[in-house]
Design a protein around this ligand. Structure first.
Ligand SMILES: [Fe+2]
Length: 342
């Protein structure tokens, strides 16, 4: 059992229309150090609850205005106090029912003070343990939120590093992430997978930091060697990201974003079922954004060309289901920044 705080840290409210019992219980609790209030019925009891923090309400069942069970329901719906039900008519009430309706304990009249205090202490012990568990959970959640923000910060910093070096693709990764996540959600991927896809998408071209800047910004055609150097950005991105153990397969999504269903992609030439779904979605979003936007070696080709590319290679290069979802979202005007282009 957890160590209990001192009795003076807790406040107990006794509710009974019988003044003798009320005063006896109040005095008994005060003698062992509890703060104690007494009320002759439900209405004055609720006034006490409205005005101060109460840990336990001990309520008689039979009272002239609102009975103890109704008071129990009101307290459980509006206050945080535990409730102990008390009655002299044991045969009329079922212990299980009373507990099911939210009471923390049940005590039979005539009440023996020593037993009464022991029950109060047991309920307080459970109450304290429950509060400690809740506090621990809240702390855990706060730490997880901090951890998540730190991870997002790392990913954002990497993304900025790539785009500072390759200003022609500035904004490309962020736009691809938006497109990929919209498609993933439409396809019903779990929110955690969508989140991982977003993280991977905003840094998917990270490996370009290993490609000479002159090649990245080169207008016009690339030589075969220059093209090979650019293609290597996928493996380079994977090699960097595999060092960090993220909760999502970021390194693998990045590694596979230029793979194509018919095996013509790179770096591994994977086929259809070997390519992970997040990478298939990222591939379509990447191609769509690349065609629709400006590139160093050409102006933006526009939405129509991007759509034609996806339709033409649906099921051969690109996942047909992903393409279908993409085209549906385009039709619905979900990517307005692309719809405005020629
Ligand atoms: Fe890429």
């Amino acid at each position: 059992m957890l160590p209990l705080q001192s009795n003076e840290n807790f406040t107990i409210l006794i509710v009974d229309d019988d003044e003798t019992i009320r005063m006896m219980l109040k005095t008994g609790l005060q003698l062992v150090g509890f703060h104690c209030h007494a009320a002759e019925g439900a209405q004055p009891a609720l006034k006490v609850l409205d005005n101060r923090q109460v840990d336990i309400v001990v309520a008689d069942i039979r009272m002239p205005d609102v009975n103890g069970m109704d008071l129990l329901r009101i307290i459980k719906g509006k206050y945080s106090a535990d409730v102990i039900i008390m009655t002299g008519y044991v045969d009329d009430f079922n212990y299980e029912d009373i507990v099911q309706q939210g009471a923390s304990d049940f005590i039979q009249k005539p009440v023996r003070i020593a037993e009464f205090v022991a029950r109060i202490k047991r309920v307080l012990s459970e109450r304290t343990a429950k509060a400690d568990r809740l506090n621990a959970l809240t702390d855990l959640k706060l730490n997880l939120d901090k951890f998540q923000r730190a991870m997002e910060g790392i990913v954002k910093a990497i993304s900025m590093a790539v785009e500072i070096r390759d200003p022609y693709t500035a904004g490309h990764q962020e736009r691809v992430a938006e497109l990929a996540c919209a498609a993933a959600r439409e396809m019903g991927l779990a929110e955690d997978d969508v989140y991982g896809l977003r993280m991977a998408s905003v840094i998917h071209d990270l490996g370009k930091i290993t490609v000479p800047a002159g090649i990245l910004a080169k207008p016009g055609r690339l030589s075969p060697l220059e093209y090979e150097l650019i293609k290597n950005h996928v493996q380079a991105g994977y090699d960097i990201m595999k060092q960090i153990e993220f909760p999502w397969p970021l390194a693998n999504i990045i590694l596979q974003h230029h793979e194509r269903l018919d095996g013509s992609g790179y770096p591994q030439g994977l086929f259809d079922g070997d390519i992970m779904m997040q990478a298939r979605i990222l591939a379509v979003a990447d191609v769509f954004e690349t065609i629709a936007s400006h590139r160093p070696y050409r102006p933006a080709l526009g939405l129509t060309r991007a759509i034609d590319e996806l339709k033409h290679h649906s099921g051969t290069l690109y996942d047909a289901q992903v393409v279908a979802v993409f085209l549906k979202l385009v039709d619905q005007g979900r990517f307005p920044e692309f719809a405005r282009q020629p």
